[in-house]
Design a protein around this ligand. Sequence first.
Ligand code: HEM
Ligand code: HEM
Length: 474
Amino acid sequence: MAQSATTALSAYPKGSATVKFFFYFSLFYLLLSMVMGLIVALKSVNPDFLTGSRFLQEILSYGRLRPTHVNTAVIGWQTTAFLGIMFYGVPVLAKAPLYSEKMGMFTAVYWNLNYIIGAASILSGYQTGVEYAEMPLLFDIGVVICVVLTFWNLFQTLVRRNERMLYVSIWYWMASIMFLGIVYIIGNIPAGWAGSGAAQMGYYYFYMHNIIGLWITVVGVGTLYYLLPKLSDRPIYSHKLSLIGFWTIAAFYVWNGPHHLINGPIPVWLMKAGIIPSLLLLIPVWSVLANVIGTMKGVWYKVSQNAPLKFLLTGALFYGLACIQGPFQSLMGPHAILHFTYWTVGHAHMPLFGGFSLIQFAAIYYILPRIAYRHIYSRPLMNWHYWLSVLGFIIFGFAMWTAGIIQGFEWMDGKQLGASFVEMMQSLHIFLISRAVGGSLMFLGQIIFVWNVYKTVKSGRLIEADDPILRKTS
Ligand code: HEM
Ligand code: HEM
């Protein structure tokens, strides 16, 4: 039985060894990044935590652990998992095998070796000091080589496709991998030579903003569009709307860098030139949400029966909420209060964890049975994963937003130095404890997720030849 299921499923997609390689490593980075985030959170509650020896004081210092957490979350977990998702989705939508499985495997091995050594380098203190771009140049070159190889492999797959129509996810995915290469090169290579001060900040925030906006967001929305019709069993509400979203995201996102420097060392006209596209971003965001709502019309009841759909729609909701929060905090008034505070930390985790990580969990739950030929081991564990992730994030997020507002107003009251600064930090203590509690629940949720994946691959129920999954492979 399992044999015939394997034969039927293996017609598409070829390249599942590459997909598996990317997925398994991404799960390793997911757990690692969470442990590191949690240690940073515990250190902000008790600065003496894990400082028993000179070695620990150095390796686990805030200055090393924080960037390693951020890189391992965004590049390690999210980017590695998205590469796996694209290596699965593009051949399936093209109805053609992956152009080169060998090239795919080479990319996967190189990517992971490069990332692991790059992250170890950040942790051991060899880093550029530029936020989100801490890995030394050698590893940046490795990232770019892997991005080019991925683009070429997927592009050649599309050239040989057997499906005439290019589904909207293909637009998003192919553009996102191209954007990743361009943004990564500009952000990591010439940025280092662009002098200092405001000019360098201009380059830097082009990079910082767009690694999130043109890579994570675009590949994430492409994944949402891939999964939505499959999990809801309904066609996308409007193909036209999805393309309006695509072109407006490509047109507006790129100009947003200066909104990170509002009230900062750049000309006022440049700040305003960053605020206007921040407001215009509401167009692509709402085009996605309107499509989600339109597609789900009449089938909302499916959410309670289908855990991956629950992850997907909650991810879309948090993405939408982050993009209501974003334009608000880019206005000069709110920004003057919230900048440099914990509010931004809460904002950063909402789309990255609450939004796109949840969408990635849905994708892994959807794709894994189709490449491992086994059903997900446990439905209750999927639900535990969901509730711990969502509740954990809500505690984390509200702790950070409340702390940020208090912090901003107390600074405005002049509590910036000496005893009054210490007093302000004491008033934030309870929120830092809440962040650690929320983060622990998020971490627990991911342990359950990884355990469920492990058990699925090892001993999940085998897929039978007449399983409905076989009818829904593409
Ligand atoms: C309409 C959409 C959005 C707007 C207008 C927006 C606006 C902003 C602004 C103004 C800041 C700077 C806050 C400060 O430093 O005071 C910021 C920070 C940030 N945003 Fe957003 N945001 C949006 C959506 C998103 C999305 C979808 C993501 C993730 C995929 C994201 C990730 C981040 C991150 C990681 C930071 C922290 C940057 C840092 O470390 O300095 N944002 N956002
Ligand atoms: C996939 C999940 C996660 C992603 C993508 C992620 C991403 C990020 C990003 C982008 C930042 C920088 C924010 C900024 O500069 O404003 C950050 C900082 C941080 N994250 Fe996470 N994170 C994740 C999970 C967690 C978890 C589970 C915890 C546990 C408590 C955590 C704790 C922290 C802490 C403590 C900081 C430093 C903030 C500070 O300096 O106070 N993160 N993370």
